[in-house]
Design a binder for this molecule. Structure first.
Ligand code: FES
Length: 159
């Protein structure tokens, strides 16, 4: 392991270490040991944290996401209990609705564009108000909405 890490990151006082210290400061100094390095934090890798497993959701709800997995303005599709659910973070408030566009299901609204609480289907542009499920393009074709509760770090959706 020592030879491999030397090949990858260089010697402790080598040229690459001097560049790292100059660019990132002394805190970036790499110590070489035969122990494997700790796994990088999920956020540092650009990965979303997993849905918490140690949370008991309210009755009728399912844990669908970690609250930090979806930043404000984000929307995603979750498949849970056999249903496709669009979950959105609208300025810190989580909303959930059926993910299938009512124009020509099953086009996934969880892959649509979210702006000011309105999701636009990427296929033909129908728009929906996620807080109410109202279809702004065709009022007789609303979405089913789902209640959301936050428990600790868990986003829980009523199924
Ligand atoms: S399928 Fe969504 S707008 Fe047509």
């Amino acid at each position: 392991m020592g030879l491999l890490s030397t090949l990858i990151i260089g010697r402790q006082n080598g040229f690459r270490a001097r560049i790292r210290r100059r660019v990132f400061g002394a805190a970036s100094a790499v110590t070489q040991t035969d122990d494997p390095p700790p796994p990088p934090a999920e956020a540092a890798l650009g990965l979303s944290p997993e849905a918490p497993k140690n949370v008991t959701p309210p009755e009728g709800y399912e844990v669908v996401l970690h609250r930090e997995a979806l930043m404000p303005g984000g929307i995603t599709e979750i498949i849970i209990a056999g249903r496709a659910i669009a979950v959105a973070n609208i300025g810190g408030t989580f909303r959930a609705s059926a993910s299938s566009c009512t124009h020509a299901a099953p086009c996934p609204l969880g892959e649509g564009e979210l702006e000011d609480g309105i999701v636009t289907c990427w296929v033909h542009g129908w728009q929906y108000e996620l807080a109410t499920g109202e279809c702004l393009t065709s009022p007789d074709a609303p979405l089913t909405t789902h209640d959301v509760q936050i428990v600790g770090d868990a986003v829980c959706v009523r199924i």
